[in-house]
Ligand binder design. Structure first.
Ligand code: ZN
Length: 116
């Protein structure tokens, strides 16, 4: 449970120590006692990208791993007909991104000093 205020995010959770953080804590809201000493600007990161072939209009979803990694758009269209063969030759780099159907989050990296 957290609330967003003008001063920042306030949580009623018990603060964890930095050493107690484990993999399940990644990409979750976790409380750690400390002071933020540096922060990056907020960047938009896509978690699920919806792309459409501009030739055959086939829609495809690309999953992006959470964290700092990224993804590449496929260079070839994978449109196939019922027999498993490609209908028509789509050009190289056929995909366009449909941001309104994609899942995008805001991401920021905080560097903090742990309080003892
Ligand atoms: Zn296509």
């Amino acid at each position: 449970m957290c609330a967003l205020s003008l001063k920042g995010i306030i949580s009623n959770e018990n603060a964890k120590t930095l050493r107690s953080l484990k993999a399940p804590n990644i990409n979750t809201l976790t409380t750690v006692r400390g002071i933020v000493v540096n922060s990056t600007r907020i960047v938009h990161k896509a978690l699920r990208i919806c792309v459409k072939c501009r030739n055959c209009e086939k829609i495809r979803f690309l999953e992006v791993q959470r964290g700092l990694g990224g993804s590449y758009l496929p260079r070839y269209c994978e449109s196939v007909n019922m027999t498993g063969q490609q209908k028509e030759k789509c050009p190289l780099d056929p995909y366009i991104v449909l941001p309104e159907k994609s899942v995008i989050i805001d991401q920021q990296i905080l560097k903090f000093q742990v309080l003892i």
